[in-house]
Design a binder for this molecule. Sequence first.
Ligand code: GMT
Length: 377
Amino acid sequence: MKIGIVCYPTYGGSGVVATELGLGLAKKGHEVHFITYKRPARLTTFHSNVFYHEVSTEDYPLFEYTPYDTALASKLVDVVKFENLDLLHVHYAIPHAAVAYMAKKILLSEGRYVPVITTLHGTDITLVGSNNAFAPVVAFSINKSDGVTAVSESLKQQTYDYFDIHNDIRVIHNFIDFERFRKVNKDHFKKAIAPNGERILVHVSNFRKVKRVEDVIHIFQKVYQRIPSKLMLIGDGPERHNLEELCRKLGLCHETRFLGKQDAVEELLAVSDLFIMPSQAESFGLAALEAMACEVPVISSNAGGLPEVNIHGKTGYLSDVGDVEDMARNAIHILENDNVLREFRTNALEQARRFDIDNILPQYEAYYEEVVKMAVY
Ligand code: GMT
């Protein structure tokens, strides 16, 4: 198949999933065309059947805001026609689903039909999408998509709860590539970070308010009072300054490392003992799955789709959002005993295997076939 993928090119989860999906499809022989404003962060090497089409916008004195949506719609029309695409798969509803609908209508007016599949990722529904500024367009474009997928059962349900949706939503969970995410020996890293054999706790995110990274630091403080340990904070974002301040206030600077955005996050996960994800909202929690694939148990909130990934008492523990006492207690339980930690590590890997890319990718391929077949002109 010739597939056009529209996504945000950044390190965020939706862009990562879209890029890894595209690369996986290309490996299986499909021709994949990424259409976005910058080369996707995870598209780092050459693949013979992967193409990248950059959307460029024109600045004009009249525009206070550059009309990216219009430029993207025009690009989609151009690429679908020129590359003869069979399908457009857009990731993150805003603005991609609405823009794809516009492109589809333009193409239809020229006698060319292209089906559109929209994948909902989370904040496009739960935070941004449900905002009045976007809600009518989000609902409309979901209803007008030829196929809709959500990355968890929870997100599917929330979409039906927030909007008047009369389209079917297919759940296709996020996935993991075990060729990349697996526990490898990185003892030199471990020695550098925890020279006295301390336990290593880790958090990876975009440091937005929704991630509640301050809870990570409070949990770490309680763990540190009981068990010699270190904290690695990976990623960057708007809360970073406040978090650094908090570490200073709590006297945890020497035990905490802010590592910024990391490309080879799997190498740091490989030396970690516990992953912390106390999010306010989380449709799936891809970062937690990546940790589990590297045999790292997870302490998380029970928000959104997290219970579909992290199994309470088996791969880690779930607590109510904001209950740092409970999260710290559970973290200590896992970390203070080698045998317990070993068992949680094994379970985490076993659960992660359910989301192996080799199991999930065929679900997308089958869905593509289904949507293309039932296409209504
Ligand atoms: O987590 C973020 O803030 C980034 C966001 C995105 O859309 O880039 O992630 C969402 O999509 C990921 C991939 O499907 C999910 O694993 C994340 O759980 C989801 N984030 C939220 O729901 C907050």
